[in-house]
Design a protein around this ligand. Structure first.
Ligand SMILES: C[C@@](O)(CCOP(=O)(O)O)CC(=O)O
Ligand code: SF4
Length: 394
């Protein structure tokens, strides 16, 4: 791989051991995947933040690093609300370790914004064709697919290395030729809201790590595409998808995708079977929404649905602190019902929900991950159904 004089110096260790290790990781990945250079990135998102997922080994690794990130860098959700962890049953020992992890990241110049929706944050705007190094699978999918930016599926160490160097190796989804769809998915009935999470759950299993192009009856909203991508990245390993006539690369006059030879269609019965999970005799003892973290529009919808009512079950709404802070009225309206708006974390990476036995979610991704990551049953429903369950109206 070609390296500039400055990059060569960094690789020799002239700029310190941390930067040397970081560029070694980038160069090793670049060599494996055939990159011919490093390219500047606009921002980074580092996953592997929760003490639940990285443990003491992760904390030690981050604490040993020295230096400062060169681009705006955000963290994936941590294992708890960083300000209000007691009210979601986090124990003192876990909180102490989690705060140490956050401090170790802060020492590297990373702001303690912990979210899987960095694209809602000030300073993290993403433009078409921007190069990024993001780590959380739903954020990667959203950036690549909905925003038309370019990021590989970065692991914690590679995203952090890219943040410290301000660059990443130019391979994979950074190259236009690797962004071409190779499986065609038709859906010839209308979908709305959480149907997109169910579609993603079904489609991800079908396509694995391919690049699907969807043909839909109408254009989905951005939040619906967020749900679709998140679920496909969880039940499969989809990091980029296209929707014909909707996502930016299908609208770019300089790009023309041939229709893939491999074609499938998804039937309504397949979507219905995901919702059928909620007909189980096991009743949810907790309801959560906000996977990926809620947008303002999603918070408004929840506030409208709970208005004037009181929950009878634990109901947690996950969002980023920045979105919550900018919308105090929505947070207050939701919390008036007894629901909790929880920031910096989520139902999957926090141990907070572990004492419950069945979680209802409106997210295809959470539906896929909760059993394995939290050791409890998950059932899937629309946001209306989730709210009804929490209110005891179901
Ligand atoms: C489940 C997930 O959304 C969050 C957990 O990952 P981590 O602990 O941030 O590495 C990761 C992912 O799907 O990329
Ligand atoms: S809320 Fe969902 S998308 Fe976001 S980090 Fe948690 S599991 Fe991943």
């Amino acid at each position: 791989m070609y390296l500039t004089k400055e990059e060569e110096r960094t690789l020799r260790g002239d700029n310190g051991e941390t930067l040397q290790k970081a560029i070694e990781i980038l160069v090793a990945l670049g060599d494996i995947y055939g990159a011919d250079q490093l390219i500047p990135i606009k921002s980074a998102q580092v996953s592997g933040v929760s003490y639940k997922t990285i443990g003491d080994a992760g904390l030690e690794w981050i604490s040993d690093l020295n230096g400062k990130v060169k681009v705006p860098t955000v963290l994936n959700p941590a294992g708890m609300d960083l300000q209000n962890w007691e009210r979601i049953n986090i124990d003192h020992q876990f909180a102490k370790k989690q705060l140490e992890i956050i401090q170790a990241f802060k020492n590297l110049g990373i702001e303690s914004k912990c979210t899987c929706t960095p694209y809602y944050l000030d300073g993290f705007d993403v433009q078409y064709k921007d190069h990024l190094a993001w780590g959380e699978s739903s954020a990667i999918s959203y950036a690549n697919s909905v925003l038309g930016a370019r990021t590989n599926r970065e692991g914690g160490p590679s995203a952090l290395s890219a943040a410290l160097v301000g660059k990443t190796a130019d391979f994979g989804f950074h190259k236009p030729e690797n962004r071409v769809p190779n499986i065609d998915i038709s859906v010839d009935f209308d979908l709305t809201g959480s149907d997109f999470g169910a579609l993603g759950f079904v489609a991800g299993k079908l396509v694995g790590n391919k690049i699907p192009i969807f043909h839909l009856t109408k254009a989905p909203a951005k939040d619906e595409m967020k749900m679709l991508g998140a679920a496909m990245a969880a039940s499969g390993a989809v990091a980029l998808y296209h929707i014909d006539g909707v996502t930016p690369e299908t609208l770019d006059k300089n790009i023309s995708f041939e229709r893939p030879i491999e074609r499938v269609s998804i039937e309504k019965s397949q979507i219905d079977s995901v919702y059928a999970s909620a007909n189980s005799s096991v009743r949810p003892d907790i309801v959560t929404v906000g996977c990926p973290h809620c947008s303002v529009a999603e918070l408004s919808e929840i506030a409208r649905l709970v208005a004037g009512k009181s929950v009878v079950k634990e109901f947690w709404v996950f969002t980023s602190r920045e979105v919550a802070n900018k919308n105090p009225n929505l947070v207050a309206q939701i919390e008036k019902s007894g629901a909790k708006v929880v920031c910096d974390t989520c139902m999957v990476v926090s141990p907070a929900g572990d004492k419950y036995s069945c979680m209802m979610v409106n997210s295809g991704k959470a539906y896929a991950y909760v059993p394995g990551m939290c050791g409890m049953k998950s059932v899937f429903g629309t946001v209306e159904r989730c709210v009804k369950e929490a209110l005891g109206e179901s």
